[in-house]
Design a protein around this ligand. Structure first.
Ligand code: DC
Length: 221
């Protein structure tokens, strides 16, 4: 199986790029952030607070997260329910960052992610794919962009979806989430030693996609 790992902070463009690379190579795109988001949604619905680690660890035994594909788009399921439409709010984003530091949460999803990559060619994006989930991936990319640029992209995405939001607040939330994701004890966001660093601040989607396909080609042929 061939695996491409793309890690980086919030809003760096990982999912857009990973989806495009997957399409071009005919691989499956796996959005691991969506899996963590589904777990966070479950805990929120259960009325469990982010600080209640024991309750969260216990609830991990009950929660069932899986993914399916509809029209080529990843859908994340909580039990039988497709929760794709509920996992992108700011509340869920922050809860996700808060609960993704717990060992029980990470272990639960690690198995699922490795299983997917063992049975299919995948482009997988997240925070710890190159460093922890798929240490032997064919290609590892650390994709980032300036916080201001990432906030602008997120703002545009929310406005395009008809939302109402504040650019400064988005930038603050992004910085807070990065801080937390980079400084947690277990599997923090960091560049794997053998990952290629790509700053997308001044690159188009097409340029980044072409670079990754080029690196993949060099490594595998
Ligand atoms: O990629 P995203 O913004 O959807 O991820 C949401 C949160 O999930 C992110 O703030 C940290 C966590 N996450 C993680 O800890 N490990 C991953 N592999 C993917 C996401």
């Amino acid at each position: 199986m061939h695996n491409i790992a793309i890690d980086g902070p919030a809003g760096a463009g990982k999912s857009t790029i990973a989806k495009e690379v997957a399409k071009k190579l005919d691989f499956i795109y796996v959005d691991t952030g969506a899996m963590y988001r589904a777990m966070a949604l479950y805990f929120l619905r259960q009325g469990i607070a982010a600080e209640e680690e024991e309750k969260i660890a216990a609830a991990c035994d009950d929660v069932q997260v899986s993914i399916a594909y509809e029209g080529g788009e990843q859908q994340v399921l909580l039990g039988e329910e497709n929760v794709n439409d509920f996992i992108r709010t700011e509340e869920v984003s922050m809860m996700t960052s808060n609960i993704s530091k717990y060992a029980a949460v990470r272990e639960k999803l690690l198995h699922l992610q490795r299983e997917l990559a063992a049975t299919q060619n995948v482009v997988m994006d997240g925070r710890d794919i190159g460093t922890c989930v798929l240490p032997h991936a064919d290609v590892k990319i650390y994709l980032t962009a300036s916080a201001a640029e990432r906030a602008r992209r997120r703002y545009k995405e929310l406005i395009d979806r008809g939302g109402d939001c504040d650019l400064d607040q988005i930038e603050k939330d992004i910085i807070a989430r990065d801080e937390q994701d980079m400084n947690r004890k277990i599997s923090p966001l960091c560049q794997a030693a053998d990952a290629v660093f790509v700053d997308s601040s001044n690159l188009t989607i097409e340029q980044v996609v072409a670079e990754i396909i080029g690196i993949y080609g060099e490594k595998t042929y």
